[in-house]
Design a protein around this ligand. Structure first.
Ligand code: KMH
Ligand code: ZN
Length: 276
């Protein structure tokens, strides 16, 4: 399929609403953002939720309500984050799957995350992967550093393919502590992805100022795109991001320029081996 899969990651767990008023934090804000991003060309929404004080939460009831609302109002593939915030305990991260999303993220290793540490022990990765297989949740493997692709290969060799049989990875580049958001790093990942099962697809996102270089590198290497205010808060030098829609619109423009127009959610489901 020659189009571009565009994922929007609208909220994340790191930015504060007080600092970034345009961040969608309520269910209404999230649903409105998702609808507009879908209309522009996004196919997946990568979801982190907030509580009434706009703080990150993995509250099971809220997660279930979020999945239901996004399903009702959009045709997007709803991908819940099992990464949560760096302070979230493993049990709460595993329990995210109880909300029965179509898709969920699954990070392939521990990484320094600015001044914090994003913990992903091997046994925890195995638990997440196997529980997702059992529950019929499609995985997106989050890769913050090159060696995490080796971990993914080991995981698939030992525990089998994800639900649906298709392997899709997301390269999260430019996190302070992870791989840099450069063309050279993306090419190294693309080479390592060749050692994964045939047909493995990848998207990429560059944090902060690496957003545009990573987008261009991914498109030229045959990859897909993730954009959103989880990853990028500056649109251009001196210009804060106004909305997630602004970032999706830019990604759509780049994809069209590359003659790889955005995939609809239905086309994305086909690409990822998901039921319609
Ligand atoms: N918020 C980060 C600590 C994911 O969503 O799966 C982890 C993260 C990855 O964003
Ligand atoms: Zn995330």
């Amino acid at each position: 399929m020659s189009g571009t899969l565009i994922t929007v990651a609208p909220t994340g767990a790191e930015s504060r609403k007080a600092d970034v008023p345009a961040l969608p934090v309520t269910l209404d804000e999230l649903v409105a953002t998702a609808k507009e991003c879908e209309a522009l060309g996004a196919a997946i929404v990568h979801v982190h939720i907030r509580d009434d004080a706009a703080e990150p939460t993995l509250d099971p009831g809220r997660l279930r309500a979020t999945v239901a609302a996004l399903r009702q109002s959009t045709g997007l593939i709803v991908q819940l984050s099992t990464g949560g915030a760096v302070t979230d305990p493993e049990a709460a991260r595993l329990a995210v799957l109880d909300a029965q999303p179509e898709m969920a993220s699954c990070t392939m290793g521990t990484v320094n995350f600015g001044d914090a540490v994003f913990q992903n022990r091997w046994d925890f990765i195995v638990d997440l992967h196997t529980r997702m297989q059992e529950r019929g949740v499609v995985a997106e493997y989050e890769i913050f550093d090159l060696g995490q692709l080796t971990t993914l290969r080991r995981l698939l060799d030992r525990y089998g393919l994800p639900h649906g049989g298709h392997v899709h990875v997301d390269l999260v580049m430019g996190v302070p502590g992870g791989m840099p958001g450069t063309t050279a790093a993306l090419v190294a990942c693309e080479q390592a992805i060749r050692d994964l099962p045939a047909g493995t697809t990848f998207s990429a996102t560059g944090i902060g100022r690496s957003t545009i270089p990573v987008m261009l590198a991914s498109l030229s290497a045959g990859g897909h795109l993730r954009v959103g205010m989880e990853d990028t808060l500056t649109y251009a030098k001196g210009r804060p991001v106004e909305s997630n829609m602004q970032l999706v619109a830019r990604a759509v423009g780049f994809a069209q320029l590359a003659l790889r127009p955005p995939l609809t959610a239905a086309q994305a489901r086909e690409l990822l081996g998901m039921p319609a």
